[in-house]
Ligand binder design. Sequence first.
Ligand SMILES: Cc1cc2nc3c(=O)[nH]c(=O)nc-3n(C[C@H](O)[C@H](O)[C@H](O)COP(=O)(O)OP(=O)(O)OC[C@H]3O[C@@H](n4cnc5c(N)ncnc54)[C@H](O)[C@@H]3O)c2cc1C
Length: 455
Amino acid sequence: MADRRIIVVGAGITGLAAAHRLLTDNPDTDVVVLEACASPGGLIRTSPFAGLPVDEAADSFLVRVPWALDLCTELGLDDELVAPHARAASVWLDGIHRPLPSPNVLGIPLDPNSVEKGLLPTEDIERLAGAGLPDSPLAGGDLSVGQVVRSCAGDAVFERLVDVLLGGVNAGRADDLSCEVMAPQLLAAARSPEGLLAALRSLHAQADPSAPVFNAHPSGMGHLVDTLVGRLGNRLRLHSPVTGLERNDAGWLVGTTGGVELADAVVLAVPAFVAADLLGPIQAEAAEHLAQVPYASVSLAAFAFQRNDLDVTGDQSGFLVPRDAGLFMTACSYAGSKWAHLGTGDRVLLRVSAGRNDDFRHAGMDDDTLQRALAGDLAVTLGVEAPPDAVRVSRWPRSLPQFAPGHADRMAAIDDRLAEAAPGLRVTGAFRHGVGIPACIRSGTEAAAAVVHTV
Ligand SMILES: Cc1cc2nc3c(=O)[nH]c(=O)nc-3n(C[C@H](O)[C@H](O)[C@H](O)COP(=O)(O)OP(=O)(O)OC[C@H]3O[C@@H](n4cnc5c(N)ncnc54)[C@H](O)[C@@H]3O)c2cc1C
């Protein structure tokens, strides 16, 4: 007989990580996961394309932070993980592919000699030889990535490199993104007495240069979802959208389209705007903070070209496109060069993205129009004029939360309000610590630990 019942709402990677932690650490707890859709995984989906398991969104995860790698190790998947085959990337600037300087940290070049002619103005390259002290003392608390990098490394480094890389991660504008959430290591380095560049160089000197930055699973990121789901068994209920939440003396009443479920505690692992609606009647201030988290919508198209029509250099993993480049696409990953398991002899596989927090053109296009627009950009950037053998378009509306400076404080305020008004309820997801899979796993894991302590 279970000693308590905890419901997790949402079977994206955050909810699955929370459920896994609850089950593993608390075998006497009855855990139920309620998922609105017909399949689990949320924004993680792998499906066959050109005969290969090609991810429709996330295809890999950062291994320089622990949470995803630790979970894979716990699940026995670590030996199966693979590192990218090709690692060099470029930025489409001034109508050409300009290689990203190496080494760099989030686009900030650590060695001025690695900066190719024409990438940055001479005075900015000269500045990169210095310590990277801010133009004027940095204010306390959270700052935007733009404030930090512009002040310590100059506008050109920010606009031509950092904004393209970091803004690309969540389809946002790095001038408006919290440095504390998006790049805490930059904030710490910028505030160190030695200066941003000197601190980054010291950190880099201690790192293993051969260690991969990302890992993937050869069956796609869906394999991580499948493994977690396999451990849940019939505790996962699909087609079960949660429509209301209420608390009474017996505990939490979780309303679904199929009836009401009773729980001692609830982990809400849904997008912030869904959590806001559910929390509205329970704690208006927390709901308001959640409702104010903006989301960007993106689309991702997979293309397969005949190698005779397009050949990309084997050591290149792809390129990024700045928002002012006049193109429609935002990035192109050479999936078949980057990942050995997606390499095919006769075809070249690309994954091409569109959409930003302030660029909604893709959302208004049907699939044919969208793929034509992207193919047009591929003709400009890669010179491929021949039609692709196959194209697959995946839509991800309101998928990438945007973290304005001060975000962590607002999340802490939500936790405080809920601790008083809604004991046993925790809201979590990609909107908390960052959109990356490791950050989501961390968020789910922390939420699981937090609710267990309340019941
Ligand atoms: C195109 C794209 C590419 C990406 N690439 C990468 C990458 O390469 N590496 C990386 O680390 N990250 C990547 N990300 C980010 C990462 O995939 C996501 O941030 C992460 O998967 C979000 O997980 P989540 O569980 O927080 O949210 P979601 O995946 O959105 O899961 C929330 C779940 O809640 C369910 N739900 C919603 N409402 C209800 C309700 N009322 N009742 C019950 N269930 C409900 C949803 O159906 C969904 O299953 C990418 C994202 C996108 C969009």
